[in-house]
Design a protein around this ligand. Structure first.
Ligand SMILES: *[C@@H]1O[C@H](CO)[C@@H](O)[C@H](O)[C@H]1NC(C)=O
Ligand SMILES: *[C@@H]1O[C@H](CO)[C@@H](O)[C@H](O)[C@H]1NC(C)=O
Ligand SMILES: *[C@@H]1O[C@H](CO)[C@@H](O)[C@H](O)[C@H]1NC(C)=O
Ligand SMILES: *[C@@H]1O[C@H](CO)[C@@H](O)[C@H](O)[C@H]1NC(C)=O
Ligand SMILES: *[C@@H]1O[C@H](CO)[C@@H](O)[C@H](O)[C@H]1NC(C)=O
Ligand SMILES: *[C@@H]1O[C@H](CO)[C@@H](O)[C@H](O)[C@H]1NC(C)=O
Length: 463
């Protein structure tokens, strides 16, 4: 793992060494105006040519991972180190334009730490739970791709001043450039000159920045607001597209408790690839409104996993059809609590391994969802697919996660039940091991699972 070694203290030593030894940095300093006043304050702390980019976090966990993917790819394409903000594992916060997002982080995070009384503007930060990126996802394979990261120590507005000695006034102009983000889809990054503004893409962006131009920027810090959006990077070069795919694949939950408990559950379901999986998001915003559509899509997809590919070309005789109906009836009467239903369902899947003639309604399915009581919320789906299960059907695994997991919340002891934060990642990880996966349109949580699921199948094929 990559451990940032730069602390304020080591820089102090570094500064004096640089000051004496480094011709480059002396030249750098001599280019500045009013050198006498400012040398002590902001000589670049390291003599290397290392340059940085930064951005601010917002939205839910999977959206943050998507932003992080964009930022890592951009950092790589412009050969800069990415200053990685903490991940918020709690409730998602809202995107806000420059400089409001920075203001909210400035005001609301310390209030959380200090258990200050609620304030109106911080309403969406009440359940903000910061964790160091590397406590949840493994960045070592990202680093192996040559992409450098640095864990940001604070999201306060004086960050660059405090940790990098960038003055908080116009003297910083040659050191840092801030890109304003006025609308949700503001700057798009183009890997090729002359692509022009693309109004034809989903989430059409307001403006664009050419990556070849960014490469030429001399400022030590390029400071961005949001990095969110599936099309934030408009990539046309094959190797850049491949890089993005690679980064996405490598940005995987790696917290040991997530791995441990998702494996326990996958094994309980019969092992990797021995169940179908789905993700239905329904809790907020547009997803709430479209939950019926989502359910219908998932249903059609699951019904589509029918016998059309089996040795009989999908046809079943009357005897078989009536056996299936009887079985479905019988299973739907088994109490949902306890393991009897799951055991029965697993047995049926094993038999199907030989006959390859399973009725789609008898398929073993794992559904990841944000619904609190899935069996009530999706009773139609459950009635139709009698062998469907979700995390809440495994209370013992939930309580193990709740009781035995810890996450390092960077001193923000606001969250009593740390294990609870890991339930959505466990849910996603289990669904990643489906024989097939069906997700919710437009959900980054679904995208994560779909991507990991593809990877799982690829690895399985290659043995
Ligand atoms: C990338 O940046 C590093 C400094 O961080 C520099 O040493 C290296 O030469 C750069 N690589 C390219 C290909 O420009
Ligand atoms: C640079 O200084 C300006 C004030 O002149 C300030 O608004 C801005 O945040 C500073 N930039 C950085 C990166 O510290
Ligand atoms: C299989 O599912 C597809 C899509 O739902 C449908 O068009 C087809 O008729 C089904 N075939 C059988 C044998 O059920
Ligand atoms: C009906 O299909 C089942 C399974 O495909 C087979 O075992 C059985 O012999 C068939 N029955 C008749 C009457 O064809
Ligand atoms: C089905 O067969 C495959 C290959 O023999 C095996 O890996 C898998 O575990 C079996 N699935 C079930 C549900 O028994
Ligand atoms: C975890 O929690 C469960 C309770 O759900 C408990 O039985 C178990 O001993 C705990 N410890 C470990 C290491 O799993």
């Amino acid at each position: 793992m990559y451990h940032p070694t730069r602390t304020v203290k080591t820089w102090a030593v570094g500064i004096s060494v640089i000051f004496v030894c480094s011709l480059v940095s002396l030249m750098y300093v001599s280019q500045q105006s009013s050198i006498d006043i400012i040398t002590e304050q902001y000589i670049p702390q390291r003599d290397s040519d290392e340059k940085y980019i930064s951005f601010l976090p917002h939205s839910g966990l999977h959206n943050q991972l998507s932003s992080l993917t964009n930022a890592l790819v951009l950092a790589s394409l412009i050969n800069r180190t990415l200053i990685v903000p903490e991940l918020n594992l709690g409730s998602g916060t809202y995107w806000r334009y420059t400089p409001v997002l920075a203001d909210r982080l400035e005001i609301c995070l310390p209030r959380l730490l200090e258990h200050a009384p609620e304030s109106v503007e911080c309403w969406d930060y009440k359940k903000y739970v910061p964790v160091a990126v590397e406590s949840i996802v493994d960045l070592s394979e990202i680093h192996a791709l040559g992409i450098k990261t640095y864990q940001r120590e604070s999201l306060q507005r004086d960050y660059f001043q405090t940790y990098w000695s960038v003055p908080n006034d116009e003297r910083n102009r040659s050191l840092a450039i801030e890109y304003t983000d006025r609308v949700r889809y503001s700057y798009q990054f183009h890997d090729t000159l002359g692509l022009g503004k693309r109004a034809d893409m989903p989430g059409a962006y307001d403006s664009y920045i050419n990556i070849p131009d960014l490469i030429l920027r001399q400022e030590k810090f390029l400071v961005f607001n949001s990095m969110f959006g599936a099309n934030r990077l408009l990539l046309t070069k094959k190797k850049n597209i491949a890089l993005r795919r690679l980064v996405r694949n490598k940005l995987v939950f790696s917290h040991p408790d997530i791995l441990k408990y998702s494996k326990t559950l996958v094994d309980r379901l019969g092992g990797p690839g021995n169940f179908a999986s789905a993700h239905v998001r329904q809790g907020d915003g547009a997803f709430k409104a479209s939950v019926q559509d989502t359910m219908q899509e998932v249903r059609i997809a699951l019904e589509g996993t029918n016998r059309s590919k089996n040795k009989n070309g999908g046809s079943v005789n009357a005897t078989q059809a009536s056996e299936d109906q009887k079985l479905i009836q019988r299973l739907s009467k088994i109490p949902k609590k306890g393991l009897a239903l799951l055991d029965e369902c697993k047995r049926i899947q094993e038999t199907d391994n030989k006959t390859n003639n399973l009725h789609p309604r008898l398929r073993l399915i794992y559904m990841a969802t944000d619904a609190k009581k899935p069996r009530e919320r999706f009773d139609e789906l459950y009635n139709e697919f009698v062998c469907m299960f979700c995390l809440s059907d495994f209370p013992d695994i939930i309580s193990s996660v709740l009781l035995n997991s810890t996450v390092d919340t960077m001193g923000a002891g606001v969250y009593e039940n740390q294990g609870k934060l890991l339930l959505p990642p466990v849910d996603a990880s289990v669904a990643s091991f489906g024989s097939i996966f069906f997700g919710t349109h437009g959900s980054t949580f679904s995208s994560y699972i779909r991507n990991q699921n593809r990877l799982f199948h690829k690895l399985k094929k290659s043995g």
